[in-house]
Design a protein around this ligand. Structure first.
Ligand SMILES: C[S@@+](CC[C@H](N)C(=O)[O-])C[C@H]1O[C@@H](n2cnc3c(N)ncnc32)[C@H](O)[C@@H]1O
Length: 532
């Protein structure tokens, strides 16, 4: 069987040796690579990966070649896909249900994983039967002939414009290998014995490089469970990326507070909340209302109308309060979930206005870490005070129609990264189709990794810089309570209020539908299923 899989052992004369020592080593262009199919450590001790080249010339015998990590430095995403598939294949082999053949965690294997699993099963059959046909314990002195260490099958390698290129070739001295048989049993058994450590290190170093490029305190990455890293396909961004059909009012048209100034007493900007235009829609400070204002406010609440002229509550504690409170959300906002209207660049209140916070970005040290059962999670390396701002949720802003399309095409797991910007839907009479959705799956920031808890320690708040734009605003996470360093940061994906449960709302114990995901938050009041 082994010889059928690797039919012709001929010297690899069809191979073009890529010159080395000429400065930079030529690289492979990701556009020309279909997939990585196997790994080995070559005779020189170098970690190598088997590349399946995209080929129009031959469907059954496309070029396949082995490359080191330097050559693959532009294809690391594909190396990561291969390592992930290999990890899943070995995990699901260990965890396979005997009755159904399905993985116990419900994970549907990708074509690459299926190929790896199938091949690894046939590899174990081949090796056990061939061993038993020889002798149960082969004597130590029997040495098996080592197959030649080919560099390429079904083609030749050359380089063009600094890139390695493979071309289909069918000459008799080119080793042939049908793609149907790849990875061969021998490749699988070699791959299972060969280290992938260098690739894992290179991928991790690349993720760390990208994290270092983000503004704000350094973001760490910790994985004590396995050798995986977050996806290299994820693009780290600090601002929303607006997609087709999404419109945001130009920042220059944002209305600023023009009656305020930076130096109105304590140098904290908009101190006179009655006259600050940005605070027009902010929460009214009922404790400061005169009897007449109380009457007026009761009418406004019943019939609608502007609250301009009434004293407002600032969302954040000002500088000069206790150090651990400065900049934190005040209890009223923390509890009420009122939208926060921060001052903007068109305001006259200056940089140090106490009504500016989220817009300056993250200031806490975050760590992305691998959890035991819920993929990656997020925690803070420092204690967080109650009401302290953590970070915003970032991603592509797409239309509701596009979100539905993405959701339908990706299945159940996809919904988890979609965040609807629906805070003002009811008050502004926006229909579902009018709403925008933030998709943090492919682009975003570290908050992408925040997991759900039915008893969360963080909460999401609406932060607006343009009171007239109800469709695009920031989603900002704040600590709901004091959070000691290294405790996982979680929020409620359904954004339920604490009182909801106290009202006695019955949560389903039964699986709501077949796509429901069990909640593993471990909280006492766990609702058992995500998104219920
Ligand atoms: C926004 S992501 C959170 C980051 C995710 N853990 C990761 O590794 O990318 C949401 C996904 O995380 C997992 N998850 C989050 N919270 C969970 C929980 N309480 N129980 C089970 N899975 C959870 C689910 O797979 C969910 O679809």
């Amino acid at each position: 069987m082994l010889t059928k899989l690797c039919p012709v052992f001929m010297p690899p004369t069809g191979m073009v040796i890529i010159p080395t020592g000429s400065g930079t080593e030529p690289r492979l262009k990701i556009e020309y690579v279909e997939q990585i199919l196997s790994n080995r450590v070559n005779n020189a001790g170098e970690e190598q990966y088997l590349v399946l080249w995209s080929s129009k010339s031959s469907a059954s015998f496309p070029p396949l070649s082995w490359h080191n990590l330097n050559e693959l430095s532009r294809c690391l995403e594909l190396v990561q896909d291969y390592l992930e598939a290999k990890l899943h294949a070995s995990l699901s082999r260990k965890r396979k249900s005997p009755d159904t053949g399905n993985d116990l965690d419900g994970h549907r294997p990708s074509p690459a994983e299926r190929r790896l699993k199938q091949a690894s099963r046939s590899s174990s059959v081949v090796s056990s039967s061939s061993t038993s046909s020889l002798s149960p314990h082969p004597p130590n002195h029997i040495t098996h002939p080592q197959p030649p260490e080919y560099k390429i099958y079904n083609g030749v390698l050359t380089h063009k414009g600094g890139y390695v290129v493979a071309k289909y070739a069918s000459s008799p001295d080119v080793p042939r290998l049908n793609i149907r048989d790849v990875p061969t049993a021998q490749m699988i058994s070699t791959a299972n014995r060969s280290s992938t450590r260098s690739a894992e290190d290179v991928i991790r170093a690349e993720i760390l490089r990208r994290l270092r490029a983000l503004p704000g305190p350094k973001i760490r990455l910790t994985n004590t469970f396995d050798s995986s890293s977050p996806s290299l396909r994820f693009q780290w961004i600090t601002e929303y990326v607006l997609r087709e059909g999404v419109f945001k009012a130009d920042a220059a048209t944002q209305e600023g507070c023009l009656k305020c100034s930076p130096h109105m007493g304590r140098n904290i900007g908009c101190e006179y909340t009655k006259r600050c235009d940005c605070l027009e829609y902010a929460a009214v400070d009922e404790n400061r209302l005169s009897p007449e204002q109380k009457e007026l406010y009761a009418i406004i609440r019943a019939e609608g109308g502007s609250t301009i002229g009434l004293p407002k509550k600032f969302p954040y504690y000002a500088e000069g309060t206790k150090e651990e409170k400065t900049g934190c959300l005040v209890p009223f906002y923390l509890k009420s979930r009122n939208p926060i209207y921060e001052c903007n660049d068109n305001c006259k209140c200056g940089r140090y206005c106490r009504n500016k916070n989220v817009q300056f970005g993250r200031r806490v040290q975050l760590e992305i870490f691998k959890t035991s059962s819920r993929g990656w999670g997020l925690r803070c390396r420092q204690d967080l005070h109650q009401g302290e701002f953590i970070d915003t949720y970032r991603g592509e802003v797409i239309t509701d129609e596009e979100a539905t399309r993405r959701e339908d095409s990706a299945g159940k797991s996809k919904a988890s990264y979609l965040y609807s910007l629906d805070k003002f839907a009811e008050s502004e009479g926006l229909s579902q189709e009018d709403l925008y959705v933030v998709d943090g799956e492919f682009m975003g920031g570290p908050t992408k990794y925040m997991n759900h808890s039915c008893e969360p320690n963080c909460r999401q708040y609406t932060v607006s810089y343009n009171k007239h734009d109800c469709k695009i605003y920031d989603i900002a996470f704040f600590a709901k309570e004091y959070i000691p360093a290294f405790e996982e940061l979680t929020f409620d994906y359904l954004d339920k209020d604490d009182d909801d449960e106290e009202d006695g709302a019955q949560e389903p114990e039964e699986q709501p539908d077949e796509d429901s995901v069990p909640c593993l938050c471990g909280a006492k009041k766990c609702r058992k299923w995500l998104w219920t």
